[in-house]
Design a protein around this ligand. Structure first.
Ligand code: SF4
Length: 128
């Protein structure tokens, strides 16, 4: 990653094991002045309608530039539960997504690769 970034994770289902494995050893990264210069918000797992407001609230509470990563098929499209009455067909229905990591589940290395090639973060939480 070019800039120091904080890593915030919404681990919701099986994909969370993979994203957490990626997170191990990353930790919040700060610059020489001790400032976190951006946040990566990783949504990993199945987003239910019941959980969606909490995920949105967590996103809205983040300060500064935020890059949202939808990690895995469920977070991206609802995955194998895409037509379930209880499942949101992708976290993009709830907040703006910048990066998609495909797979069911993706491997931790896939998230590391995505983090190494992030787009410029948006200026902060926005209305979706
Ligand atoms: S994409 Fe697959 S591994 Fe990931 S949360 Fe959904 S069912 Fe589980």
């Amino acid at each position: 990653m070019a800039d120091p970034l904080a890593f915030v994770e919404a681990g919701l289902a099986c994909c969370a094991l993979e994203s957490t494995a990626c997170r191990a050893g990353l930790g919040p990264k700060v610059d020489a002045a001790g400032e976190v210069r951006g946040t990566v918000f990783v949504v990993a797992g199945t987003v239910t309608h019941a959980m969606a407001p909490a995920i949105r609230a967590r996103y809205d509470a983040l300060d500064g530039p935020v890059t949202v990563v939808a990690f895995g098929a469920c977070a991206t499209t609802g995955g194998p539960y895409w037509d379930s009455y209880a499942v949101v067909p992708g976290v993009g229905e709830v907040l703006p997504v910048d990066v998609v990591v495909p797979g069911c589940p993706p491997r931790p290395e896939a998230l590391r690769a995505a983090l190494a090639d992030l787009p410029t973060p948006s200026s902060g939480p926005v209305d979706s």
